[in-house]
Write a protein that binds this ligand. Sequence first.
Ligand SMILES: C[S@@+](CC[C@H](N)C(=O)[O-])C[C@H]1O[C@@H](n2cnc3c(N)ncnc32)[C@H](O)[C@@H]1O
Ligand SMILES: Nc1nc2[nH]cc(C(=O)O)c2c(=O)[nH]1
Ligand code: SF4
Ligand SMILES: [Mg+2]
Length: 262
Amino acid sequence: MSIISETNRSERVSLPQAPKKIAISECFGPTIQGEGALIGRPTVFVRTGGCDYRCQRCDTLYAVLPEHREEWKPMTAQEVLNEVRQLSQDRPILVTLSGGNPAMQPLEELLDLGHAEGYTFAIETQGSIAQPWFAKLDYLTLSPKAPGMRNPHPTNWERLERCIQYARQSKDGKTPNICLKIVIFDEEDYQYAHGVADRYPEIPLYLQAGNHTPPHLADSIDIQGILGRMDWLIQRVVDDQWFEVTILPQLHTLLWGNKRGV
Ligand SMILES: C[S@@+](CC[C@H](N)C(=O)[O-])C[C@H]1O[C@@H](n2cnc3c(N)ncnc32)[C@H](O)[C@@H]1O
Ligand SMILES: Nc1nc2[nH]cc(C(=O)O)c2c(=O)[nH]1
Ligand code: SF4
Ligand SMILES: [Mg+2]
C-alpha cells in the first residue's frame, strides 16, 4: 500500500519543462499600425507562422502556408522579447502580434515578460481559436472573415464568442480593449458586416477596404481600385445612415504597397 502511494506521488512530481517555442515568421518595426483602432500608432510587429484558415486573398501567405514552414524560426518568449527590445532600442512600445494566426501560439509568457518591462500588446486574430491569455492583452482585434476574403471555413460564431468571453475573464480586473475589424470587398461582405454589428452592437467595428491585388495574385498593387472600393463603402454607409461604424484603408498599403516588413 505504502509502496503504491509512494509510486503515485513520485509520478506526480513534475519534471522541469523546456520553454515553449513560438513559431516566428518575422519581427519588424518600429513602423505604424496601418489598420484598425490603433491606426497610426508606432509599433513593433511580431508575426507568427501558421494559420488554421486559408483565405485566398490573404496578403501574408508566407506566414500561413506550410511550404513556408522552413522560414519560420522556433523561438522562446525571452528570445522574442530580446528581438523586440533590439528593434525598439529598449524603449517600451506597443507590440502587435499578428500572423498567420497568433492565437495558435503559446504567447502568455511573452505577455508576462513584456509587461514587466513596460511593453503593451495588441493582437490581430480571426476569432477561430480562443486562449485564456487573451485576458492579458491590452488590445484584441477580432477579424472574422467575410466571403470576399475567400476563406473556405465558414465563421464559427461560438468560437468568436468564446474569444470575447476569454478576453473578459481577467484575474486582475483589467481586460483588453476589444474591437472587430472586417475586410470588405463587395456588397455581400457589407451585409456580413451588418450581421456582425447586429450580434455585437457594443463592440467598436472597423470596416477595412480590401486589397484585391495581394502579392500572390497580382504583379502590382491597384491603389486606385482599392480607393474606389473605399469610396463606394463610404457612400454605402452614409446612404444607410450607419453612423456607428469606422471605415479605414490599410494605411501601410496605401503608403508602401505590397512591401513586406513595413
Ligand atoms: C494577415 S492577417 C493576420 C491575422 C489574422 N490571421 C487575421 O486574419 O486577423 C492581418 C489582417 O490583415 C487583413 N487582410 C489580409 N488580407 C487582406 C487583404 N487582401 N485586404 C485587406 N486586408 C487584408 C486580415 O483580414 C486581418 O485583419
Ligand atoms: N504597418 C502595418 N500595419 C499592419 N496592421 C496589421 C498588419 C498585419 O499584417 O497584421 C500590418 C502590417 O503588416 N503592417
Ligand atoms: S486568417 Fe488571416 S493570416 Fe490566416 S489566411 Fe486569413 S487573412 Fe491570412
Ligand atoms: Mg498585413
